[in-house]
Design a protein around this ligand. Structure first.
Ligand code: UT7
Length: 325
């Protein structure tokens, strides 16, 4: 049976780099606290000409360039994001216009940090039905537009950027093997972001505090480790594989302590986990495709390698995905 294979990767980070030292000037924090509690040393923050869709389109164009596929050959563009510059039209429609990909259709998905992994699963399902499809999947965020820059609990954590992959069908050994995806909407309050203020006063949430990210970090931390561990073990078992078969795990980049905990519980050696969090912070839906592109460019992905993705975010949403490079 056909399945989706990644033909090319690309990414785009805003030019401006903001260090922990700069954040020390804005909120009561320290480089020592941020580095030791999160592993983050700097993040890229978007400026003029770097709207979400513009970063997304650049990442998409770079991924397409690797494959030699023309934007006009694309059947579908999916953008995973929780920080679009407009609510409507979708970021994917803006990307379509930027790329001149007028022959396909385009839409966004919102699954927070799990958005890119959910998107890979969606792309795989389209391609199983129509293997000739060419899909551009992008994770893109400008979370700098959504954090409360006065809240030290959250503003030090997030960054902006975009990563992209181009997918089509294959019947050889490579491609997406399977996924294990979950959500639990009962835990939404642990990590959320309000909408812009409602023009209907009756529908304004009682605790509305502005369209900012709010998080109960320590609760999220505990859930993240346990839920990603379960999702990975369930998926490996389902496919008759063991953790030793995995060549590289590319996890959502939120906190190095979460990743250390997860790695130890799974029994993975350090060199089999790709981490670039220190440079970019948490870029939500963009974190895995940015890491995938970086791993690819560093020669960490070799043909035949078993690659494991795992992710966790607001919703709650979480899951794992296995693919053969
Ligand atoms: O991508 C989606 C998923 N998101 C995540 O996975 C994030 C998960 N959570 C985390 O990464 C961690 O929980 C955080 C990095 C957010 C926080 O680390 P923590 O070790 O869980 O710290 P905490 O929230 O328990 O806070 C400890 C202390 C508090 O002070 P008190 O109450 O003990 O006096 C905070 O007020 O650290 C304080 N604090 C800070 N201090 C300096 C919180 N933020 C800062 C800060 N600088 N930026």
């Amino acid at each position: 049976m056909s399945k989706a294979v990644i033909l090319g990767t690309g990414s785009c980070l805003p030019k401006r780099i903001v260090t922990n030292a700069e954040l020390e000037q804005m909120v009561e924090t320290s480089d020592e606290w941020i580095t030791s509690r999160t592993g983050i040393r700097s993040r890229h923050i978007a400026g003029r000409g770097e709207q979400n869709y513009q970063l997304a389109a650049k990442a998409g164009r770079r991924a397409l360039a690797v494959t030699g596929i023309d934007p006009q050959e694309l059947d579908l563009i999916i953008v995973a994001t929780i920080s679009p510059h407009m609510i409507m039209p979708s970021t994917a429609c803006f990307v379509q216009a930027e790329l001149g990909a007028e022959n396909g259709f385009a839409y966004d998905i919102n699954a927070a940090c799990a958005g890119f992994t959910y998107g890979l699963d969606m792309a795989n399902n389209y391609i199983r039905n129509r293997p000739e499809m060419k899909i551009l999947l992008i994770g893109a965020e400008t979370l700098s537009t959504r954090v409360n820059w006065q809240d030290r609990n959250t503003c030090v954590l997030f960054g902006d950027g975009a990563g992209a992959v181009v997918l089509t069908g294959t019947s050889d050994e490579s491609g997406i093997i399977g996924s294990c995806l979950h959500s639990d909407g009962t835990l939404w309050q642990l990590l959320c972001m309000d909408s812009p203020e409602s023009h209907n006063p009756d529908l304004r949430p009682d605790d509305w505090v502005g369209p900012h990210i709010r998080m109960n970090g320590s609760e999220i931390f505990k859930h993240a480790v346990r839920m990603m561990e379960d999702a990975v073990n369930t998926l490996l078992r389902k496919h008759g594989l063991g953790i030793a078969d995995v060549n590289l795990m590319i996890p959502h980049q939120a906190n190095t302590r979460i990743l250390k905990n997860l790695r130890e519980r799974l029994g993975l050696p350090e060199e089999k986990v790709f981490i670039n969090l220190s440079k970019y912070g948490n870029t939500s839906a963009a974190s895995i495709p940015i890491a995938l592109d970086e791993a690819h460019r560093q020669g960490r992905l070799n043909r035949g390698d078993l690659i494991l993705l795992c992710t966790f975010g607001g919703g709650l949403t979480w899951g794992s995905l296995l693919l053969r490079w």
